[in-house]
Design a protein around this ligand. Structure first.
Ligand code: EPZ
Length: 419
């Protein structure tokens, strides 16, 4: 089991490049199933989830090319999809496999995808995905831990989501792109990753309007063609790096990021006293003095991202005063809190709220990562903790961060990957 060994106390300084967004690349790869022609993606992060999605598409007999020569490029050609199945062995390692459900049933009329099961941060059902596909005319059955979907041809429909769901919206968009007639998605997710998927689908010949707003209109077409598309920057990695610069009292310049995707996060960081400035080459961050505690409530985009909650909690352990962090999206997304308490953090969790008192002097300890963003928050805490921290199970981190220890090491952190 690989671990990180981190010695805290170093200010991070320098320039760091933000990678492409994992949560935009995953639906983009699944969208390649919608056409028999090649889809070329650029600015794809080389992280574990991307490799898993590549394996899944290859399992479906799509040709997947990830050449080491161009590490940010992925090309996929699903000339024919003879095996429209996403097996449990692969889905259990990555719930985003459910993104193949819509494209498979739209392209082939059949799909058999393992139910993802829950994960550390919550039950994470896919009932809204299934309801959307049924509204589009798919016959769905769920048994033996699998979802089976069948359809002669999907028919456009009006879909109103009971709850805002990012991958649910993406599944419905991809299925509706090949449905007969027009679909209207209401209460759709508005994340930048949704807009990025719409840009790819339209480049493939789809007719998607309104992505990024709560109402998305899709006019189905008989077939889609290949396309080349550059994935948007990863707003969560960018937010994580902003916190890394601030929590260590350093100064960083983030390149290849999109500040417009981080408005709510930047707003909160500035309120706590961090100076963030958009420059020609990117986003510059440094501390403007002691940090002040500021409350945060996670919300769907454009609100404060739940994927930044754990990282923000690490920062608030260093802020003067009491901050209340409220998690409204997932039911169990405070697993990082107890690990930070073991490092000296003053954090009390009460249901959906965590109360953080600071500034607390953190000391290095052996801690355990539980999920992708919790691992990132433990890295941030370790960067400012006194002494050595060992973070176990960094495979969680590798799912969504590309070479994080190399990026942080190049900025002055004392961090190494050990077995
Ligand atoms: C996406 O997950 C992201 N993953 C998550 O990022 C992110 O945390 C989440 O959106 C929220 O922003 C990808 O894009 C691959 P949801 P997703 O459906 O789509 C409930 C990371 O760190 N819900 O928007 O699975 C659900 O339980 C990951 O990169 C239903 O009840 O999230 C949750 O409470 C973690 N029924 C809420 O909606 C459904 O059918 C939002 O979930 C679907 C969702």
């Amino acid at each position: 089991m690989e671990k990180f060994r981190i010695h805290g106390g170093r200010r991070l300084e320098g320039t760091v490049r933000v990678s492409g967004a994992k949560n935009a690349a995953l639906p983009a790869m699944a969208a390649a199933l919608l056409t028999s022609e090649p889809v070329h993606l650029r600015n794809v992060p080389r992280v574990r989830d991307i490799v898993t999605m590549g394996k899944l598409l290859a399992h479906m007999e799509a040709q997947v090319e990830m050449s080491p020569a161009t590490p940010d490029a992925v090309s996929i050609r699903a000339e024919r999809v003879s095996h429209a199945e996403a097996p449990y062995e692969l889905v259990k390692t990555m719930r985003a496999s459910v993104l193949t459900l819509g494209p498979l049933v739209a392209r082939t009329g059949y799909a058999r995808v393992s139910l993802p099961g829950g994960c550390a941060i919550g039950a994470r059902p896919i009932d809204l995905h299934i309801q959307a596909l049924e509204k589009l005319g798919a016959e769905i059955s769920t048994e033996h831990g699998y979802v089976e979907a069948r359809a002669q041809r999907l028919r456009g429909a009006r879909l109103l989501f009971d709850k805002i769901t990012v991958t649910g919206t993406e599944n419905a968009m991809m299925a509706a792109a090949l449905a007969e007639g027009e679909s209207l998605l209401e209460n759709a997710a508005r994340e930048p990753e949704i807009s990025d998927l719409a840009a790819l689908l339209n480049a493939m010949g789809a007719r998607v309007e309104g992505a990024g707003t709560s109402t998305v209109r899709i006019r189905g077409v008989p077939a889609l063609h290949g396309a080349t598309h550059t994935i948007i920057p990863d707003r969560i990695e960018a937010g994580t790096l902003l916190v890394a610069g601030a929590i260590t009292g350093g100064e960083l310049l983030l390149t290849h990021c999109e500040p417009a995707h981080l408005t709510a996060v930047i707003e909160k960081l500035e309120q706590s006293g961090i100076v963030i400035r958009a420059e020609a080459k990117g986003l510059r961050v440094h501390n403007g003095g002691p940090l002040a505690a500021v409350d945060v409530t996670t919300e769907e985009y454009p609100g404060f991202a739940t994927d930044m909650q754990a990282q923000y909690m690490a920062l608030m352990t260093q802020a003067a005063g009491t901050s209340v962090i409220t998690e409204t999206i997932f039911e169990n997304r405070f697993l990082h809190a107890q690990e930070m308490v073991r490092m000296g953090g003053q954090i009390v969790v009460e249901g959906r709220r965590a109360v953080v008192r600071g500034p607390a002097r953190l000391s290095g300890a052996s801690v355990q990562a539980s999920d992708l963003r919790a691992s990132a928050s433990l890295v941030l805490a370790a960067l400012v903790a006194e002494g050595e921290t060992i973070i176990d199970r960094v495979y969680h981190l590798d799912r969504g961060y590309e070479r994080l220890e190399q990026k942080l090491g190049a900025l002055g952190a004392r961090i190494e990957r050990v077995n």
